[in-house]
Design a protein around this ligand. Sequence first.
Ligand code: GLA
Length: 381
Amino acid sequence: MQPIAERFQAVFERPASDVFFAPGRVNLIGEHTDYNDGFVFPCALECGTYVALAPRSDNQMQVCAGNFDDEFNVWSLQGAIAQDPSCQWSNYLRGVCAILLSQGHALHAMDVYIEGNVPRGAGLSSSASLAVAFTKALSDINHLNLSVGEVARVAQMAENDFAGCSCGIMDQLASAGGKDGYALLLDCRDLSFDLVAIADSLSIVIIDSRVERNLVGSEYNDRRADCERAAAALGVNSLRDASMELLEQKRGALDALAYRRARHVLTENDRTKRCAAALKAHDLATVYQCMHDSHVSMRDDFAITVPEIDFLVATVDALLDNDGGVRMTGGGFGGCVVALVPKAKAPAIEARVKAGYRAQFGKEPAVYHGKASEGARRLLC
Ligand code: GLA
């Protein structure tokens, strides 16, 4: 039996009927481009959120969260579903129910046990995996047949409207549509994607600075507003429709901050496409250059890195010799660094980073070896 089904049985004193899973993700390159209709290049991870459930015969959604000391949250599927300000984790799930109901879907009441193993606050999308796992579960149980894109959109709307974060679609799409062994070059404008194999000779090393970030209420929403201001000054609907030539031409119409934010987004879109093509062609020197430049742009133009992250990136960068790449991953202000490196280099990188970080900051970073994995799915109970 799945451990999550055992937990369900222990809490609800009856067997679970179904188990679902949705992964966290790591983004290789393409940061803060998704909400500008741009390109991103993430892969789904092995860690994620598990959902065990069984239908109920009334109108109640009764959810118990393993990561929050088996805290319960209960809401009715009849009438409007409100946010619960005293229970933030429940808002992702309340949001999913409210959005599906507002789209006209009928939902079964259920007992649900949820537990995840994505490190929280590390920028590896624990919240997207929560919302995607629950959306996937509701889609299957209620025979809604939502596509990968629809699952991702519902989960994103739940996060936008119920959890207070104006995130883009990258995390939810990667979690819903990940493919074992592949990274996804996603076009966030039309949600189409191209799969790029990650060769067995490469390691995805994820280094968690343990500087905890919290997207909700962080500067994330400010960055998004800066980009919208830049697009308006350039006379385009989104920065995807602008070019560096246009940005330079209209430089005078933008405040200094909006100019730098836009420059990051425009150059990052280009780097993301080049990096994916280079990975396909096994051209690691170009992968190195794209990831290096991406980090510099996040640090100097988008201003979303912190000293701990810059230190980790510089430490790995010095060991790479143009062979592989390293940069901060995710929304910023802490979280993780991702390195895509030849397998043989991974142990030395891990040792150096741990010793150097301890000496500099007095704490040890957590190091994970990521594997590009399959997206949201039903598991055998
Ligand atoms: C967070 C958001 C994503 C994306 C990244 C930055 O992970 O949830 O939508 O904007 O930050 O690339």
